[in-house]
Design a protein around this ligand. Structure first.
Ligand code: HEC
Ligand code: HEC
Ligand code: HEC
Ligand code: HEC
Ligand code: HEC
Ligand code: HEC
Length: 447
């Protein structure tokens, strides 16, 4: 895991055409480029970004990251796979992927990096703060996970290796008041996070080692004796063939060889189609599909109300009351305030939206969603210059955001600047070629 992040990546040169989104990608040197072809075969919608970091050891895949001049980390749209070479990054194999606009959040960095700044995972993530130990090394002033109770040993690994689902519903939520990087090895993971699962068809994903193992009969019946390090050397990471230590049946004796080859098969993952992983759900029976149902606790308690609420809102079914409840449950969350403000605008309640959006802006002055909603508020009141100033601030914070460019176009049109409006719509399309809103407005303007 010392290779979880590379600060000096050398992506192999190559090209990849993605049919579903009709985009051409190429990599050369430390830059990734995308273009499309117009009816005359000329290159249009060109975007090029430098490659600054890589995530992954390359055993399965290498995904690249760009740091924008404003300091945002962006995942790049194609990844290099050990099995297939260049192909779309996990989650991007759709007609309308996020292309060069998907943020690598602090939540990603918690698992892929030692800290908020991209860096390889260090000793402290499993051994705790090592400052005292480095100054004066003794056995007593550094945490050896081996001496923790088995549950806590597991938690050291599960902080990064437990994910019930990579998308579709909130798989976990931090407990109230817990900062992302506040987990300390040795403490109970459930005091830091609560995990959820949703009944439905069984899933098999890239980061499912913990999820699978916790559900296996083999783990559950071993009476608290099994941890990740039962099979894995925590520093070398080869899995050891330790099965026979617990299984002495005739079958186990006869099948000397590769127990895992039959009982922990490697399979293609659903969320990253070019990758195969080891199924940690050691079991003789295939997992059963359950009828789809509500989110339920998987590990730890609490936050279930909030998880269900977030699921409703994320799937576009939120009512005004839902948005209000989210903001009430998480009064310091900017996304909660921003979503409430935006929703109130959508529900036709601008007077109520305004103070909410102003509070959100105060907490996060560069929040593009909030700035755009405030600009729409000003524009609908006929204050076009004020709207334009807000949009300029949004553009400076994130020059790649298609919605900002669309709103700039609409405002320029209202100000009588047709050339400027056309340029803004084209910029929105360059960043998001599948933006139907920008294409519709551009079509209406130039017809
Ligand atoms: C809960 C911890 C966790 C979070 C949160 C998380 N990942 Fe991962 N991710 C992992 C682990 C662990 C693996 C590797 C599994 C393996 O290689 O055995 C992985 C694999 C990947 C891979 C495939 C590369 C490879 O080595 O196979 C990519 C790309 C990736 N993650 C990107 C992201 C991005 C982007 C985010 C944020 C949106 C994110 N991850 C959030 C833990 C996490
Ligand atoms: C991914 C988690 C993880 C990381 C990162 C990690 N360790 Fe460990 N380390 C462990 C675990 C777990 C044990 C206990 C081993 C066992 O159960 O036998 C351990 C044990 C040790 C031991 C004691 C070995 C023994 O005989 O008991 C030393 C020394 C050590 N680690 C040093 C380091 C140093 C130095 C680093 C950073 C370069 C580091 N570790 C990074 C998980 C980790
Ligand atoms: C800070 C987050 C973090 C912690 C803590 C952590 N891991 Fe990982 N681990 C990762 C990531 C990210 C990857 C995948 C990145 C990569 O491909 O190097 C990974 C990869 C692995 C791999 C696959 C290595 C390979 O080359 O494919 C094994 C095995 C593993 N971890 C076991 C463990 C065990 C056992 C523990 C607990 C002692 C542990 N990890 C703790 C983040 C973590
Ligand atoms: C810490 C002890 C321990 C280790 C190590 C261990 N197992 Fe198990 N395993 C158990 C126990 C206990 C059961 C439950 C036995 C029972 O139901 O009679 C079990 C059950 C199983 C089952 C039956 C699952 C089912 O659905 O009934 C299989 C298969 C299995 N283990 C395979 C393995 C393999 C393969 C390995 C090595 C990769 C392994 N085990 C390592 C303790 C262990
Ligand atoms: C019963 C033994 C056993 C236990 C317990 C176990 N693993 Fe594994 N793990 C394996 C085997 C076998 C492989 C495949 C190794 C290989 O192909 O070289 C593997 C592979 C992995 C990989 C590499 C990616 C993949 O899926 O092939 C990761 C990551 C991993 N394990 C994480 C964990 C974590 C985290 C835990 C604890 C929650 C854990 N493992 C517990 C046996 C085990
Ligand atoms: C060639 C594939 C294969 C290999 C290799 C293999 N198994 Fe199995 N194992 C099976 C099958 C199939 C069953 C189910 C048999 C049945 O339906 O009764 C089974 C059943 C089991 C069971 C549950 C029944 C019992 O006899 O206890 C355990 C535990 C188990 N295996 C452990 C192991 C261990 C440990 C190893 C390695 C030493 C191993 N297996 C190697 C295929 C394999």
């Amino acid at each position: 895991m010392g290779r979880s992040v590379s600060l000096s990546p050398n992506p192999p040169a190559g090209t990849f055409y993605h049919r579903l989104s009709n985009r051409h990608y190429s990599v050369s040197g430390r830059a990734m480029r995308r273009h499309q072809l117009d009816a005359q075969g000329r290159e249009v919608n060109v975007v090029e970004k430098a490659v600054h970091f890589a995530i992954g050891s390359g055993n399965h895949a290498m995904t690249y990251v760009h740091r924008s001049p404003e300091g945002r980390l962006l995942e790049l749209p194609i990844s290099f796979y050990a099995l297939d070479g260049w192909a779309m990054s996990p989650g991007y194999d759709t007609p309308t992927h996020l292309d060069f606009r998907r943020e690598v959040t602090e939540a990603c960095l918690f698992c892929h990096s030692n800290g908020r700044e991209p860096a390889p995972i260090g000793c402290g993530r499993c051994h705790g703060d090592g400052a005292a130990h480095a100054a004066k090394p003794t056995r007593g002033n550094i945490l050896n996970p081996k001496r923790l109770p088995v549950e806590r040993q597991l938690d050291v690994c599960l902080q990064c290796h437990l994910e019930t689902a990579s998308s579709g519903f909130p798989d976990s939520l931090r407990q109230p008041g817990r900062d992302i990087f506040s987990f300390q090895p040795g403490e109970a993971l459930t005091g830091y996070k609560a995990y959820f699962d949703r009944p439905g068809p069984p899933r098999f994903e890239v980061n499912h080692a913990g999820y699978g193992l916790l559900q296996s009969r083999c783990f559950q019946a071993s009476g608290g004796r099994m941890t990740c390090t039962t099979c894995h050397d925590p520093h070398g990471f080869q899995a050891r063939n330790v099965c026979a230590g617990c299984h002495e049946s005739t079958h186990a004796r006869r099948q000397q060889a590769d127990c895992a080859g039959c009982h922990m098969p490697k399979r293609a993952t659903e969320d990253a189609p070019h990758v195969t992983m080891t199924d940690h759900r050691i079991s003789l029976t295939a997992p059963k599909a359950q009828p789809p149902g509500e989110l339920a606790p998987f590990r730890g308690t609490g936050r279930l109300d909030l998880a269900r609420l977030r699921h409703t809102i994320d799937s576009g079914r939120g009512t005004e009351a839902d948005y209000r409840r989210w903001a009430a449950l998480e009064p310091r969350s900017v996304p909660a305030l921003a979503s409430l403000g935006e929703a109130l605008m959508r529900f036709g309640k601008p007077a109520e939206a305004l103070p909410v959006l102003q509070r959100a802006r105060k907490a996060d002055p560069g929040n593009v969603v909030v700035l755009n909603a405030l600009a729409v508020y000003e524009a609908t009141r006929g204050r076009l210059p004020a709207a334009m100033r807000l949009l300029e601030t949004a553009r400076a914070a994130d020059p790649d955001h298609p919605l900002t460019w669309i709103n700039i176009g609409v405002t320029r049109e209202a100000l009588g600047d047709r050339t400027g409006a056309e340029a803004a719509y084209r910029e929105a399309i360059r960043h998001q070629p599948d933006s139907s809103g920008a294409r519709r407005r551009l079509g209406a303007l130039i017809q």
